[in-house]
Design a protein around this ligand. Structure first.
Ligand code: ACO
Length: 457
């Protein structure tokens, strides 16, 4: 199969959010920490009547309806999530309720879990299926969803929630570039969820940042090596200049800006900033004092960070900032975060700015698992045109603005309610209210055998 990639996508985020500036006041921390220090404006959250199944049911139903796709046309369905409500039963199996009417149960795939990386693993699996001998001509569907909540403390402001569904197939307008992938998988206890009685992770904040940045270095180096080998038309080494846009898993927007700067540090140490456009290149000319910087020892080096953030500012503005709309206003959706950045980029730029361009993607999941890969925007090659893909996402901005911002005290009450509801049987969640978008699936009841039933607003 040729040009395998994303044909269509849909984004779901919750109707309720909390304003980060108000949260700063409520948490009695210094003004500007969440908004300027971390770069966040709002954080989305769900009440106890939404769970990972309902989020994924909503996003899949919306995608299928919006694009008029029949469920009989799906041959593989993969879910990436770290929001575990059952140690055995997959979210994918809950999604099969949507297939009942079509009578199509010949659908491969189950769930994939590793922190925020599950969605990327699901995407890679779906692409491999379309490219394989098992492909039967139908589409694959990749769903990533999570509810990111933290215990009271300094990580709580970096939560979020949402789900993204992507239709995968050949002749796609967003083609995943074959052979161009750099992966780094290691063992770390930076963020993990060993306590199944709680929704909250155990987090070593500093180690998560160090792990994220070290994975970024490793994936970029491997990606560049492979790009140098595969892109035979290229005479000069691959560098950031060859990525027209660069999107990242976004736990908070400031880390993304630091990450873009980090890629320029890598390029600088390989003398590749000289390959940037004349204007971009000039910004790095006065940084000789950093020529002996060690990547391994500079994760928290303020001088290095400051110098490269400043030098890469115009590159950040052009290549990455347009991808941060959802990350800034919804927060860390975990596994859908990277794909929320991709969707944000697609709606922030015009078709002429995107066509024929390369988009680099960096996926990181704690624990740790990370990959860098790339997509190319190609001209209309199937019924799923680039125009159609983008048109399907154009309601995102209006939905973001339509949300209800609740007071931090109410947000705290909701999280307390979720804590109480977690892992409970014979439980009736809050009734659906005007705090759900129309067409949202919600959890109606958990019966005495932990069986969950859903309805739709
Ligand atoms: N005005 C402006 N900036 C401020 C202010 C202020 N009043 N106060 C603090 N800041 C800045 C700090 O200088 C810092 O910026 P810097 O790193 O550029 O110097 C930033 O705000 C954050 O402040 P810290 O003191 O470093 O924050 P803290 O240690 O309390 O927590 C952290 C931050 C680690 C991200 C925490 O929220 C956390 O653990 N989150 C969850 C883990 C996470 O998201 N990790 C990222 C990758 S893994 C993943 O995706 C889950």
């Amino acid at each position: 199969q040729r040009n395998v990639g994303i044909l269509a996508m849909e984004v779901y985020f919750p109707f309720c959010c909390v304003d980060q500036e108000k949260l700063e006041e409520y948490d009695k921390i210094s003004k500007g920490k969440y908004t300027i220090g971390l770069g966040q404006t709002e954080m989305g959250f769900c009440d106890d009547n939404e769970d990972i199944n309902s989020l994924c049911l909503t996003v899949v139903a919306r995608l299928m309806e919006k694009h008029h796709i029949g469920y009989e046309n799906i041959g593989r369905l993969e879910v990436g999530t770290e929001t575990i409500i059952d140690k055995s039963k997959s979210v994918k199996s809950a999604l099969m309720q949507l297939f009942e009417e079509s009578g199509n149960f010949d659908v491969e795939g189950v769930d994939t879990t590793n922190a925020c990386y599950g969605g990327t693993s699901a995407l890679f699996n779906a692409i491999a299926w379309v490219e394989s001998s098992a492909f039967d001509g139908r589409f694959a569907l990749v769903v990533c969803g999570d509810i990111a909540v933290y215990a009271h403390g300094n990580a709580r402001c970096t939560g979020g929630a949402g789900a993204i569904a992507m239709l995968i197939g050949p002749s796609a307008p967003l083609v995943v570039e074959p052979g161009l992938r750099g992966t780094c998988m290691r063992h770390a206890y930076d963020f993990y969820k060993p306590d199944l009685t709680s929704e909250y992770p155990v987090v070593d904040g500093k180690l998560t940042v160090k792990s994220y940045l070290s994975a970024l270095d490793a994936c970029y180096q491997t990606y560049c090596k492979k790009a140098n080998k595969h892109l035979k038309s290229k005479a000069s080494p691959f560098c950031l200049n060859d990525m027209d846009f660069m999107v990242f898993h976004s736990p908070y927007c400031k880390l993304v800006q630091k990450s873009l700067a980090r890629l320029t540090l890598n390029d600088f140490l390989w003398n590749n900033t000289s390959l940037y456009s004349e204007e971009d290149c000039m910004a790095f000319e006065k940084l000789e004092e950093f020529e002996t910087t060690s990547l391994e020892n500079s994760f928290f080096d303020r001088n290095v960070e400051k110098a490269f953030m400043a030098a890469s500012q115009p590159l950040f503005q052009r290549k990455t900032l347009p991808s941060l709309l959802l990350a800034k206003r919804v927060g860390n959706m975990y596994s859908p975060s990277l794909y929320g950045c991709l969707a944000s980029l697609l709606i922030s730029k015009s078709a002429s700015e995107l066509l024929h361009k390369r988009i680099g993607l960096f996926s990181y999941g704690s624990g740790f698992a990370a990959s860098m890969f790339s997509m190319r925007v190609v001209e209309d090659t199937s019924q799923f045109t680039f125009h159609r893909l983008v048109s399907g996402l154009l309601d995102v901005q209006a939905r973001l603005d339509e949300r209800k911002c609740l007071d931090p005290a109410e947000f705290t009450d909701v999280l307390a309610r979720r804590e109480k509801a977690h892992a409970k049987a014979d439980y009736a969640p809050s009734a659906p209210s005007d705090r759900l978008f129309p067409g949202t699936f919600y959890l109606r009841r958990v019966d005495d055998k932990f069986r969950r039933t859903y309805e739709r607003t």
